[in-house]
Design a protein around this ligand. Structure first.
Ligand code: XIL
Length: 373
């Protein structure tokens, strides 16, 4: 009798301690705490952004990973042959290092924001294969070498897959000069330059069936060629009016996991404005478009966006150990690229903080989902 009372008390004490632990877990109040080491939480930022106190504060408090929005791109680090400019990129690397944030390199090979000399002659025609390969190798060796030990991983190749139903790879200067194996070569050069870094293939729209299929084809061919591919980057430039995206994302993550690669959501945002172009091809600009929320995001749209973000993170949590990072493409709404693309100068609201750095309903709903499990 005596013993059982004690046992009973012990059980109660144990239960209340357990409840305490559970309660503590559900009270995490920043993104990175709420993620509880299940995956990294990142943001993209520019060198001007980190110089602003409010942005710097937000990054340090909420995130444990950083991607440079433009500063690591080929055009930024090697604008002309052999002229390397790392000053702006180094500022971002130093910011991340000082705060113990994991730095992601974006990107070594891309058709956009890349200097034309790399794969084309003065006449605009493709360079001979060997010369183009030498340029690609020299670029990757220098850039990945420069950041060796500083980055956790590289978007080795960005957006190489075609959006056209009848085409596998995108028609790019690198493809024309080198051929289909430019992607494999880029992965080989990256591995040689920084053997410790994770290597990613990054693209937009690759949660949708058509691109998913082509991406799997690419991963298989890279692996067959002996490449190390650690993860597929799903950019995650989502649109509030594309309601089936979370389900597609769920299926795509499962499909990539089956191929033996991890997944990172590398550039997450949820566009609330109407647009014509469906993907996130930076070349697809539109001359005009409605700009309905210049005075702020109506409460019902903010609530809809909050639900959308919740669904995305519910999907992420369904794949523990597969999704290793979720990176937002920007910090607060005022700093989003979607204010400039696809229509120049609109007032978009795609992120978790508004223009005054106030957390939006979407922020609270993400925290709530992360605390739930
Ligand atoms: C964007 C930047 O955010 C802009 O500042 C820049 O003008 C254009 O590029 N997919 C990518 C990113 O992989 O590099 C793009 O970043 C957004 C789409």
């Amino acid at each position: 009798m005596h013993t059982s009372i004690i046992c009973g008390m012990r059980a109660t004490v144990a239960a209340s301690i357990l409840v305490g632990v559970v309660a503590a877990a559900s009270e995490e109040t920043t993104l990175r705490q709420a993620a509880r080491s299940r995956f990294l939480i990142g943001a993209a930022v520019g060198s001007r952004g980190i110089a602003k106190a409010e942005t710097a504060g937000l990054l340090s408090r909420e995130f444990d990973s950083l991607t440079a929005e433009n500063e690591f791109k080929p055009q930024s680090v090697q604008p002309s042959r052999g002229m390397f400019r790392f000053a702006e990129a180094d500022k971002i690397a130093a910011f991340a290092e000082a705060r113990g944030m994991k730095l992601v390199g974006h990107t070594l090979c891309w058709h956009s924001q890349s200097p034309s000399w790399m794969f084309r002659g003065d006449d605009g025609k493709p360079l001979p294969r060997e010369e183009a390969l030498r340029n690609l190798e020299a670029h990757i060796k220098a850039v990945a070498g420069h950041f060796r030990g500083k980055v956790v991983g590289w978007d080795v190749v960005n957006e190489a897959i075609s959006d056209r139903p009848d085409e596998y790879l995108r028609d790019t200067p690198a493809l024309r000069a080198i051929g289909e194996d430019y992607i494999l070569k880029a992965f080989e050069f990256a591995r040689a330059a920084d053997p410790e870094a994770e290597l990613y293939y990054n693209d937009y729209g690759n949660e949708s069936p058509k691109k998913l299929e082509k991406t799997i084809r690419l991963i298989r061919s890279l692996k067959a060629g002996g490449a190390k591919v650690d993860a597929v980057g799903i950019q995650g430039h989502f649109r509030l009016d594309a309601a089936d995206t979370p389900e597609r994302l769920d299926r795509a993550i499962a499909a990539y996991a089956k191929e033996g690669v991890k997944v990172v959501i590398s550039e997450l945002d949820v566009d609330v404005l109407p647009r014509g172009t469906t993907g996130a091809n930076v070349g697809d600009r539109e001359r005009s478009g409605a700009d309905p929320y210049t005075k702020g995001l109506p409460a019902e749209v903010a609530a809809k966006q909050a639900k959308y973000y919740a669904r995305i993170f519910e999907v992420v949590l369904r794949h523990p150990g597969v999704v290793t990072r979720v990176t937002f493409w920007g910090t607060h709404d005022g700093a989003s690229w979607l204010n400039m693309w696809p229509v120049f100068r609109r007032t978009n609201h795609p992120l978790l903080w508004d223009r005054s750095f106030e957390p939006k309903p979407a922020y609270r709903s993400v925290i709530e989902v992360l605390n739930r499990r």
